[in-house]
Design a protein around this ligand. Structure first.
Ligand SMILES: [Mg+2]
Length: 367
């Protein structure tokens, strides 16, 4: 249920709450719902938020917390993901490349809109998040995609940072998990609002900067940890932290947040994330963008969202709820997801996008 106030309120509830995207009401965008975030277990299929909540007492607290951190590792040992489970999962979420013809038949006579996560989708996950560069070939493909389809990058990173990686002015950018949205500075063929700008958590900026400084100080002696200021989202990366220090890191982050009940803690792929408690996530961001593009009530639109992260599930859910378009999860391993299709890695994403461009060009040639 909705909790309009604090999210991380005390140490006892912090772990459970950290995985609960409990929501607040924003004066700008009042919504009254909560997100169901699921956790990915090492073995077979994900454990759910509720199962985490039942294990957060005593020693189980740390175990559940560290287990969830371990499970989000892209380099985890996959030996427990049996072939049978993988096959079952791929039947449920078939490759978007293998199903390309089916996807395109749904796109006929419709305006395709493309939403793309950045890390792990357009760029590989690397040890230093500052070095998550985009391959020039991928940039070229995304540039071509944007010639034919409205295209948005939806990332947990701050907008300026993700723009510096992508460097394509014709795209929409939704940074800080959609809390900082800006339209393209150049665009030819698009209807709707070109100068879209949305910052639903603007009032939180001074607090975010303050907490960034405190977190940086509190975690500086944990080797490999890295606090990144993504404007409306602080990211504590632990992909370079030794596993025995993960619970210490998590405890320090939680102790800081005890003094900031208007911030919530969630977990992404090898990253702990601190965000304002307003109900605004990647799902809200794509709804906002669809509306800005003039497609909020259109039946002639096919949104496609490609992402690899737990936070992308909010967007997948929105597409399912709309009954429009498809979510595509980028993952080599079985994960519980609301995406319809899957791709294994950024290279496959590039190939899929290239096929999309080729498909569009062939349609235009034939008309
Ligand atoms: Mg990602």
């Amino acid at each position: 249920m909705t909790n309009p106030n604090a999210v991380v309120t005390d140490t006892q509830s912090a772990i459970a709450m950290a995985f609960t995207a409990t929501v607040n009401t924003s004066s700008l965008y009042p919504t009254n719902s909560s997100c169901n975030i699921t956790l990915f277990s090492r073995n077979k299929f994900p454990i759910t938020k509720s199962s985490i909540e039942t294990t957060v007492t005593g020693a189980g607290k740390t175990i559940a917390w560290v287990e969830a951190m371990r499970a989000s590792s892209p380099t985890r040992n996959s030996s427990e993901d049996t072939e049978a489970n993988k096959n079952l999962w791929i039947m449920k979420h078939p490759s978007a490349l293998g199903m390309f013809e089916e996807i395109m038949s749904a796109a006929k006579m419709k305006q395709v809109v493309i939403f793309l996560d950045y890390d792990g989708t357009l760029s590989p996950i690397v040890e230093n998040p500052d070095h998550a560069y985009m391959d020039p070939q991928m940039r070229e493909v995304v540039k071509n995609v944007a010639k034919y389809f409205p295209t948005a990058i939806v990332s947990g990173r701050c907008r300026a940072k993700v723009y510096n990686f992508v460097r394509l002015s014709e795209l929409y950018y939704a940074g800080s998990h959609g809390m900082d949205i800006k339209g393209p500075s150049s665009r030819k063929h698009q209807q709707g609002n070109q100068n879209v700008l949305c910052q639903p958590a603007k009032d939180f900026l001074p607090m975010m900067n303050e907490v960034y400084k405190i977190l940086t100080e509190k975690t500086k002696d944990i080797r490999g940890s890295n606090v990144e200021n993504n404007k409306f989202c602080l990211s504590v990366h632990y992909r370079c932290v030794e596993e025995q220090s993960w619970s210490d890191l998590a405890d320090r982050v939680k102790s800081v947040l005890k003094d900031y009940p208007k911030l919530k803690l969630t977990q992404g792929r090898m990253v702990l994330e601190i965000r304002p408690t307003i109900k605004w996530d990647k799902g809200n961001a794509i709804e906002f963008l669809m509306e800005s593009l003039g497609y909020s009530n259109s039946k002639d639109v096919l949104p496609i969202y490609i992402g690899d992260d737990r936070t992308d599930e909010d967007a997948f859910k929105v597409l399912r709820k709309r009954g429009q378009g498809f979510g595509i999860l980028v993952s080599k391993l079985p994960k519980e997801t609301d995406a319809v299709y899957s791709l294994r890695e950024p290279f496959e994403v590039m190939y899929f996008l290239q096929r999309l461009v080729t498909w569009k060009r062939s349609i235009m040639r034939n008309h």
